[in-house]
Design a protein around this ligand. Sequence first.
Ligand code: MN
Length: 286
Amino acid sequence: MSVAVIQARSVERLVTGQPTSDGAGVKLTRVLTNEWQQRLDPFLMLDHFGSAEASDYIAGFPDHPHRGFETVTYMLQGRMRHRDSRGNEGLLKNGDVQWMTAGRGLIHSEMPEQEEGVMEGFQLWLNLPSHLKMCDPKYQDIPNAQLPRAHPASGVEVTVIGGSVDGTAGPIQSEHTQPQFWDMHFHTEPATFEQALPMGHHAFIYVYRGSVQVLGGTGPQQVSAERMAILSMGDGLRLQASAGSKAILLAGKPLREPIAQYGPFVMNNRQQLMEAVEDFRAGRLS
Ligand code: MN
């Protein structure tokens, strides 16, 4: 049930992530930083963490609050334990996904449960529309074995975390932002992948192994590893990649609402941010 792509998206901009640290000192690359929040609305942030050095991740992310958006954590390799003030607890292992809706707020910790070896994964922040920012928090662990795989072309395997590929729907579905979150693995060379995407949705890919060519209307454009390619508007995407390449795609329907962020709180205005800080200080987020 592939839909023909007429206006394939091109690379509008290539972005190199910023090395930074967060939590109690976890080294990571912030791929989607604040400056792209409007352009990539409804996506607020994307971090890529990956290291074989325990000192880069061992400190973890001790207790901290969130309000006003959702997080999707995709663990490629390693073990991380989540605990929150609502009594939820879960262990994220190789390939598992965690989907958390912070809504009006909670306090949680995300701590490595390993003292050596590789820890690698992604954390995405997905905005909520204004009328849902104060909704009840929700939390869901999706084990790797429950993530559906699509094979939209020869040599291409897509793990569908959110949205759908050729009718194969992933566990993360949201009516308001309609997020697509795909992990694309290219096994044979050259593997080509074409997929329709709603015209007005914001989209980007992030290559984390090998390199990917975006076959857009302006000709092939190369995206190498650890680069985010912001995609132009269009009704779909066409990608070609060498064997062993891996990339994630994120696409979603923009909310087009004001974005006000103060650290772990993302609301629509300054007043709401001050309320979030007050509520946190007064112990109302736990
Ligand atoms: Mn967090």
